[in-house]
Ligand binder design. Structure first.
Ligand SMILES: *Cc1c(COP(=O)(O)O)cnc(C)c1O
Length: 394
């Protein structure tokens, strides 16, 4: 019996069955490569749902975590720590003037953003938040309500009030949905879970103008798009549109759990002592990891590598598109890449796994390809040859 089978049977016995899993038990990893517990090597082009944005176990991150672990791992937020201060400084210096609240996950970062918006509107009786169809914002009760997909809501009613959904990239729909109670518009600058949907620059600029005109907060959920993967440190920079609130998580901690709600000056002091908190939020060990992530992105010039590798990978994928008629469209911003098929993606994804390539399939027909920002041409060539082989069987 393979070691993997033993672990799978233990999961069957002891772990709640809340995920669609494939029988792959990973033991170790290095940047874009991972190894399973039985020793097989894989190329990871979807590292940890974009958590390992700079690759798995980056030595700089591992070193920073090890060093911090020996000094101080956690302090309560009634005290101060150098790492939290410095990570917030990095986030602000790379985004916009404002302040940061730290939590532990994407959903928690979004909860903070929604609470901030509600608090901001509370004196005027404004609490409604407009979100997008096909969005994904997390799995807490408020975030499944915010998420514009019915499949995440079933069986969990009654849900919190105050969320309205409109189609993505449709300005008129937003305008129609605004009432005197609207306090915020929340969206992902690129919908990732929703199928790699990229809105137009005009739409994003028009949203900004609309929000300014009506004193509505513009909230960007950059949980998946943030930290360089779009080719810019934060995806909003690709549109030239600065939000009032931005949420971060996934790649920010280099593999450790973190979430951040970043508020622009205008609303940076809305949440006051006693109104919001998180026990683990911004702990020194996680913030030390986050600081190392910023260092790596800068020192290894990963934004420029992301742009270069994005162009190279897209060119190769366009080549496959010419060869296989079931490839409908390739959508990309940096290393956030969607390949829309006219056939089901699940079999493709499973065949890739067998051939040693990890990717993702979302919305049934869209392959989501998000290699780490440290990816090389050699690794891309290998991935493309696996995809080619798999496509030829489809
Ligand atoms: C993953 C994700 C979330 C939820 O993050 P968790 O850490 O799982 O709570 C929220 N928004 C977006 C855009 C995401 O990709």
């Amino acid at each position: 019996m393979k070691k993997t089978d033993t672990i799978v049977s233990m999961y069957d016995k002891y772990i709640m069955n809340t995920y669609k899993r494939v029988p792959l038990c990973l033991e170790k990893a290095k940047l874009a490569k991972v190894w399973d517990i039985d020793g097989k090597e894989y190329l990871d082009f979807f590292p940890g749902w974009a958590v390992s944005g700079i690759g798995h176990c980056h030595p700089m991150v591992a070193g920073a975590v090890a060093k911090q672990a020996k000094k101080l791992m956690h302090v309560s937020n009634n005290y101060y720590s150098e790492a939290q201060a410095k990570l917030a400084e990095q986030i602000i210096k790379n985004s916009f003037p404002g302040k940061v609240f730290f939590g532990n996950s994407g959903a928690e970062a979004n909860e903070a953003a929604v609470k901030l918006a509600r608090k901001y509107g509370s004196e005027k009786g404004r609490y409604e938040i407009i979100t997008m169809l096909k969005s994904f914002h997390g799995r807490t009760l408020a975030m499944i309500t915010a998420t514009g997909q019915d499949k995440v809501k079933h069986g969990f009613e009654p849900l919190p009030q105050g969320f309205v959904h409109v189609p993505y990239n449709d300005l008129e729909a937003v305008k129609e949905a605004i009432t005197e109670k609207t306090i915020a518009i929340m969206l992902e600058p690129v919908q990732c879970e929703g199928g790699i949907n990229i809105p137009s620059i005009e739409y994003m600029k028009a949203l900004r103008a609309l929000c300014d005109e009506k004193d509505i907060l513009l909230i960007f959920d950059e949980v998946q798009t943030g930290m360089g993967r779009s080719g810019e440190m934060f995806a909003f920079k690709n549109f030239g549109v600065v939000p009032d609130v931005m949420t971060l998580a996934k790649a920010l901690g280099g593999g450790l759990p973190i979430g951040a709600c970043v508020a622009r000056e205008k609303v940076q002091d809305v949440l006051t002592p006693g109104t919001h908190a998180s026990t683990f939020g911004g702990s020194p060990i996680v913030c030390a990891a986050g600081l190392a992530v910023f260092d790596v992105i800068k020192n290894d010039k990963l934004l420029s590598n992301t742009k270069k590798m994005s162009a190279y990978l897209i060119k190769k994928l366009e080549g496959l598109k010419k060869k296989y008629r079931f490839i409908k469209e390739i959508r990309a911003m940096g290393l956030i890449i969607g390949v829309e098929l006219s056939i089901k993606g699940e079999d493709i994804y499973k065949l890739c796994l067998k051939e040693g390539l990890l990717i993702n399939c979302t919305q049934d027909t869209i392959l989501r390809i998000m290699p780490p920002m440290t990816v090389t041409k050699t690794e891309i060539d290998r991935a493309i040859s696996i995809l080619d082989k798999v496509f030829s069987k489809a």
